[in-house]
Design a protein around this ligand. Structure first.
Ligand SMILES: NC(=O)c1ccc[n+]([C@@H]2O[C@H](COP(=O)([O-])OP(=O)(O)OC[C@H]3O[C@@H](n4cnc5c(N)ncnc54)[C@H](O)[C@@H]3O)[C@@H](O)[C@H]2O)c1
Length: 383
């Protein structure tokens, strides 16, 4: 883990393989990398939220210009509430105004909201134009920019309207993370922990040893963590692009986490925070089921999440029993329910998880209860 990683990873998919670049020059190299990979491209619709555009828009557009690429920078208001068909429509209008045709491309410069939205815009515009992902949050680097899931939210639910649309390339500049708020950054670390638990016990142990450096955003350590996370994500996407099987392992902690996000109306937790608590709940449920053979997994996972500054426990309000029942009921509505059967990704040991169909509901309830409390404390992120 501590040796320097190669500067490119490839996601191998039939007819649509693509590179994930980690250029030494960072964003300044983006224009040249795009021009080299897509020599017929003439213009780019660059999509960024207003905050990211202000912080990093110019570095990108300068490098596009230097590479001879035309561009229009279209911005939207930061936040999940912009991930809608309405914003997509505004971006399609921008594409029309700049006469973006199939030689052109969409470039997403931003977090997961921007990547999902711009990817969806690219998937639909002229029945599909190429796109480039340039993630600027840790979550987008280790998760949403790789794998081709794009989409918007609607009254029907989160991410229900969308398309699989793989990028033509992904460009990672981990130095961009320096401008992130600590809480947002830490939330992305939860997904990094997830990769260790689901696939790579050595990577998990490396994170334990490097926890302080990860929190402090040591550039070398962060770059290693992003690289290894992307390699694990890429392997899951290659094996199962459309999530019929093993790609579901990436949802470890998410079924519990989605219930927590839903029950708090998406206001209390950042996604990664809910996933952190959800991973504790999943591991506790696995123990209650007798599925997890490794008695050290849960305490080690909890200790690592704590060291990374993530909340560990869900705080309950005045009706704890009612809330716990509500949380359990919400897992029955999760999109991971298939043909009426509930599927949970549960750990067997560090580095290995499996999908468990219709587990004993008392074990799931025990998982929720083990990491829920009526006390406000540092563990709930409330202190
Ligand atoms: N497609 C997928 O596979 C996938 C996977 C996981 C999550 N997602 C989606 O990702 C979204 C969440 O992504 P997110 O957490 O990156 O949120 P986000 O895109 O809203 O970014 C979070 C905040 O950070 C700011 N920001 C971004 N980069 C910054 C930087 N470098 N410096 C300073 N501020 C910066 C943004 O302006 C925003 O306010 C959700 O919509 C979720 O559904 C998609």
């Amino acid at each position: 883990m501590d040796t320097p990683h190669p500067s490119t990873l490839t996601v191998q998919l039939p007819g649509r393989s693509y590179p994930i670049h980690f250029p030494d020059a960072g964003l300044a190299a983006a224009g040249a990398l795009i021009a080299e990979a897509l020599p017929d491209a003439d213009r780019c619709l660059v999509v960024a939220d207003a905050r990211v555009a202000e912080l990093h828009g110019e570095s990108l557009t300068r490098s596009l210009k230097a590479a001879g690429l035309g561009y229009h920078l279209a911005t939207f208001a930061p936040g999940e509430t912009s991930k809608t068909l309405e914003t997509a429509e505004q971006l399609w209008q921008a594409a029309a105004a700049m006469r973006l045709d199939r030689r052109g491309l969409v470039v997403a410069l931003g977090g997961g909201v921007c990547g999902d939205l711009a990817g969806f815009v690219a998937a639909c515009w002229m029945r599909g134009v190429r796109m480039v992902q340039i993630p600027t949050t840790l979550l987008a680097m280790v998760d949403s920019s790789v794998g081709g899931k794009t989409g918007v939210n609607s009254a029907a639910g989160k991410n229900l309207i969308g398309a699989f649309h793989q990028p033509s390339l992904v460009i990672m500049d981990t130095t961009i993370l320096a401008s992130m708020e600590q809480r947002e950054y830490a939330a992305g670390l939860a997904e990094v922990v997830k990769y260790g638990v689901i696939e790579d016990a050595d990577f998990f142990a490396w994170q334990e040893a490097q926890a302080a450096a990860l929190v402090a955003r040591d550039p070398q350590v962060v770059a290693q963590a992003v690289y290894r996370s992307c390699a694990i994500k890429a392997a899951h996407v290659e094996a199962d692009e459309f999530e019929q099987g093993i790609r579901a392992h990436l949802n470890y902690g998410h079924t519990f986490g989605h219930a927590l996000e839903g029950s708090t109306a998406y206001r209390r937790y950042l996604h990664g925070e809910a996933v952190a608590i959800g991973m504790n709940m999943a591991a506790a449920a696995a123990e209650a089921l007798g599925f997890c053979a490794d008695k050290h997994l849960l305490p080690r996972q909890e200790a690592l999440l704590r060291a990374l500054g993530l909340p560990l426990v869900h705080r309950l309000g005045p009706d704890p029993a009612g809330e716990l029942a509500d949380l359990a009921a919400r897992t029955a509505l999760d999109k991971k329910v298939s043909a009426g059967r509930q599927r949970f990704v549960l750990p067997r040991c560090l580095g290995e998880v499996a999908v468990v169909t219709d587990p004993d509901p008392t074990a799931i309830a025990a998982g929720f209860a083990a990491y829920a409390s009526t006390e406000a404390s540092a563990l709930t992120g409330d202190s």
